[in-house]
Design a protein around this ligand. Structure first.
Ligand code: PHE
Length: 366
């Protein structure tokens, strides 16, 4: 009896002294486990006289139950303690300002592509694309460049190695090949369905390549081509469309003039100039005495239509091509084109745009 009393107080003390769940479990095993102190005593019951057993058994059982209960209570207490310390250390203060995370920015070229696309989409143009690696046919021949014509050299073309049959691919020098691909597709479609040519209103943004490098030229640059074909579109539409575009793009009134020019694939051809003035180091686009060339355009040459399977006696329209990088430089005051492609983090942070704002005409382009 005295023994049991001792065991009880000793184990009870050990239970309440256990400072974590592992320690508590050790105490439990040493008393109540298979080879625990109390369990071993239980086994001695069998060898006792019935009288002894009657006296000793219930006491032993009570001891076992009490110890079990104490372990259970202590475990609960320890678990609650553990949870409370976790809750205290893992509190989330929702009033704290968020951690600042470095965020990328939209490159001015991508920004201007998006702005130009938004403006022309509003006028009913859809976006068309073509490959960067082109054939001589799409880049020159179908655009009415005569064979051996010096204009082919003027474009400072990057050619690939010629193939065995003598043909060689090239990096497109302008986005005008997309005109041809679009005209051919429309002509094929009209022939298949036996109906008239669907009116064409496309812009074709993309990369272009010329072997050239200085402050305003890089070997890879960007253009947007435009093409409008139906039965009635004329030079007046061309002028109105491009005038609207330029004012929408620069987000102010911009004066313009159309100067006669030559491209093999348009007739008549023109270059569009916009008015500007110089104030110190700054170039102010809009009004002013000075003129700056901004894009090439013209009525699509009948021969170009014919070569793509479109009847020039029925269909007509205009085309234009505008340099995206130059538009970006002018609108956002970026002095050197080569910086566009230098991947300088500081430059990108300074000239880049928020990825959250999408240019659109309703809330503003930039
Ligand atoms: N492709 C011409 C260039 O790159 C621009 C242009 C396009 C001119 C369409 C007229 C019509 O210089």
């Amino acid at each position: 009896m005295e023994d049991l009393q001792n065991i009880q107080s000793r184990v009870m003390q050990a239970i309440s002294d256990a400072s974590d769940l592992a320690e508590l479990d050790q105490v439990r095993v040493s008393a109540l486990g298979k080879k625990g102190e109390v369990s071993l005593l239980m086994r001695t019951l069998g060898s006792m006289s019935p009288d002894e057993r009657k006296k000793f058994g219930p006491r032993l059982n009570t001891l076992k139950d009490e110890l079990n209960k104490a372990v259970l209570l202590r475990r609960e207490a320890l678990e609650t303690e553990l949870l409370n310390t976790r809750l205290a250390s893992e509190t989330l203060d929702v009033t704290l300002p968020p951690l600042s995370r470095p965020m990328g920015s939209i490159h001015p070229v991508s920004q201007v592509f998006a702005e130009v696309t938004a403006i022309f989409a509003d006028m009913g143009f859809v976006t068309a694309t073509g490959p960067d690696i082109e054939t001589d046919f799409y880049n020159f021949t179908a655009l009415n460049f005569p064979p051996k014509h010096p204009a082919r050299d003027m474009h400072d073309t990057f050619f690939f190695e010629p193939k065995e049959d003598g043909t060689r691919k090239l990096l497109r020098t302008h986005t005008s090949p997309v005109q041809i691909r679009t005209l051919q597709a429309a002509a094929r479609q009209a022939e298949k369905s036996g109906s008239e040519l669907d009116p064409i209103r496309i812009i074709a943004p993309g990369r272009t390549y010329r072997c050239d490098s200085d402050q305003t030229h890089t070997p890879m640059f960007h253009q947007v081509e435009g093409l409008v074909i139906d039965k009635t579109t004329h030079m007046g539409h061309l002028k109105g469309c491009l005038q609207d575009f330029i004012s929408a793009f620069f987000e102010r009134d911009v004066s313009s003039r159309f100067r006669p020019h030559h491209f093999p694939f348009t007739e008549p051809s023109a270059e569009m100039d916009i008015g500007y003035e110089r104030k110190g180091d700054e170039i102010l686009i809009g009004q002013g005495e000075q003129w700056m060339e901004i894009l090439g355009c013209g009525m699509v040459h009948p021969e170009v239509l014919r070569l793509s399977g479109v009847d020039p006696d029925i269909y007509q329209g205009f085309a234009f091509g505008v340099g995206i990088d130059r538009l970006a430089m002018l609108k956002y005051g970026i002095p050197d084109l080569r910086d566009f492609f230098a991947c300088d983090q500081r430059w990108l942070q300074h000239y880049g745009f928020s990825p959250i704002n999408q240019p659109n005409l309703a809330t503003g382009l930039s």
